[in-house]
Design a protein around this ligand. Structure first.
Ligand SMILES: Nc1ncnc2c1ncn2[C@@H]1O[C@H](COP(=O)(O)OP(=O)(O)OP(=O)(O)O)[C@@H](O)[C@H]1O
Ligand SMILES: [Mg+2]
Length: 502
């Protein structure tokens, strides 16, 4: 029996500005969960895209079951039993779950018959305890559900090798645990899994073996039982780092944002905010905790002017901003970092420069008398990339070619550089590597230290606890409690998040 499901030998991928992969040799065994680690821009996604036929390697070879293969397209990959769940989901929002699952199958040479499709779907769902409603449209589903749909889609195509590119970045801790159950089951069935993450706890929990990439090269491959989190962190960044955030404690009671009895309806017509009362003070980081789907997203979108207020008021620095235009609100100094970076954070097909200057291209010094100065725009972009350690090798190329983490860094840098009076940061460190996570957490603290305010949304309770001054917990569209950070602990918050009264 062949032991090795997939092997790469000396894979190199050179883009015009970047050597993304250099001589990568990598073995994936059958029935193995292989974690792939590395800093933002290390080359993880590129390597996976090569295995999935999205890119051809510049040089190097790929073997499946000891046979040399050439993977020219995702179709080739699928035929070889490779399935990929991308860093950014690829579902068609306006189609139903079922339509998404069978989308393209005909072209792949499968025979589509509604009855057999439904039967096969049931089989997969019960085998892996993956529940979905095949008839709902994708836009109506949560990210957790969308990921389950992506997994079903891949299993439906008969994959034996599964590539998951940062699958947990968008998941709640609970959703992550159910994903891990599915992955373990797949492993027990003899499937092989490549799992990319920036979260070392997850690696220690789920991986059998770990490969660390740095600047496009393999630093080391090692079994999990022989390593530790700190060794892995060291391998990734080259040096161990301690995080001691420089937080100045300040007591202010000056209210910068005041929300009164806020009621907002969801797109489906149900109440997503049921009468929220909340004050944000100058100089504080206010954390908002909650299991996703309990109104946090609607709350911050409403403050940013992206959702309509049905009842209630939002007052910012004494000014009523209820139902004002998002641009009006942002000009007052409220900046918003959205959760969904590809859909809301960037214009994917525009260049790095265009995305970097999006907030200020019309202002002096980037524009004068209505004419934009592209040289100044380029200089501004380069300054941003340097100051915020964004790997932006070609600022003229479409932003979607950046690595996921670097795209996120650009969004963060762009909003922080606007010098906000109130920064709303939704999942700011999602997809960032360890060093960048610390860097940007420190930036958020600096904003608060300067006497501005931050609203922090995060699914990572450790992040919320280590940064916030106060923590508001949301459940089913209401705030069920506000805790001072020094008096809060994970258990209490966790219980409140599930609606258990304390
Ligand atoms: N199509 C492309 N054209 C030019 N450069 C690219 C292209 N795709 C990726 N790159 C570059 O290759 C490098 C590696 O990117 P990659 O997406 O593989 O990183 P990553 O390890 O997945 O990082 P992250 O953790 O941020 O997702 C980056 O510098 C990126 O800008
Ligand atoms: Mg990536």
């Amino acid at each position: 029996m062949v032991e090795i499901a997939l092997e790469t030998r000396n894979i190199t991928k050179i883009f015009p500005e970047t050597v993304a992969n250099k001589d990568i040799s990598f073995k994936l065994k059958k029935g193995e969960i292989h974690a792939l680690l590395g800093e933002n821009g290390a080359g993880k996604t590129t390597l996976m895209n090569i295995l999935y036929g999205i890119y051809m390697p510049t040089s190097g070879e790929i073997f499946i079951n000891d046979q040399k293969v050439i993977i020219r397209s995702p179709l080739d990959a699928i035929k070889l039993g490779i399935g990929m769940i991308h860093q950014h989901f690829m579902l068609v929002e306006t189609l139903s779950v079922l339509e998404n699952i069978i989308l393209g199958l005909k072209e792949y040479g499968f025979v589509i018959n509604k009855k057999t499709v439904k039967e096969k779907l049931k089989e997969i769902e019960s085998l892996y305890s993956l529940q979905t409603d095949p008839n709902v449209k994708v836009w109506q589903t949560t990210v957790g559900e969308q990921q389950r749909i992506e997994i079903i889609k891949v299993l439906f195509r008969g994959a034996n090798i599964l590539i998951l590119d940062e699958p947990t970045a968008v998941l709640t801790p609970q959703e992550t645990q159910s994903l891990f159950k599915i992955l373990k089951k797949m492993k027990d069935d003899g499937k092989s899994i490549i799992f990319i993450t920036h979260k070392l706890e997850e690696v220690m929990q789920i991986a059998d073996i770990i490969t660390v990439l740095r600047r496009g090269k393999v630093v080391k491959t090692l079994p999990k039982y022989k390593t530790t989190k700190s060794e892995l962190a060291q391998l990734m960044v080259g040096e161990a780092q301690d995080c001691n955030y420089l937080r100045k404690k300040r007591e202010t009671n000056e209210i910068i944002l005041s929300i009164n009895k806020l009621i907002v309806y969801s797109d489906k017509g149900t109440k997503s905010l049921k009468g929220i009362d909340l004050d944000v003070k100058r100089g504080e980081i206010l954390g908002i905790a909650g299991i996703s789907g309990n109104g946090q997203k609607e709350l911050v979108q409403t403050i940013a002017g992206l959702k309509k207020v049905a009842e209630g008021k939002i007052i910012f620095n004494g000014l009523d901003i209820t139902n004002k235009h998002p641009r009006f609100i942002s000009r007052l100094g409220i900046n918003y970092i959205p959760a969904d970076r590809l859909a809301m954070g960037v214009a994917p097909n525009l260049s790095g420069i265009d995305n970097a200057i999006m907030r200020r291209y019309y202002r002096f010094p980037l524009s004068k008398n209505g004419v934009m100065n592209y040289i100044k725009a380029l200089a501004y972009t380069k300054m941003m990339a340097k100051a915020y350690k964004i790997k932006l090798d070609n600022p003229f190329a479409p932003i979607k070619l950046l690595s996921g983490g670097n795209m996120q860094k650009l969004i963060l840098a762009r909003e922080i550089l606007e010098n906000p009076k109130l920064l709303i940061a939704s999942y700011p460190t999602r997809g960032l590597d360890i060093a960048s996570t610390q860097f940007f957490r420190q930036k958020l603290i600096e904003i608060a230290n300067k006497g501005k305010a931050v609203i922090l949304l995060s699914e990572d309770l450790d992040e919320i606890l280590s940064l916030s001054d106060r923590i508001a917990v949301m459940y089913e569209g209401s705030i069920v409690g506000i805790l001072k950070a020094e008096k809060a602990d994970k258990n209490t918050i966790g219980l409140m998040m599930t609606g258990a009264s304390t």
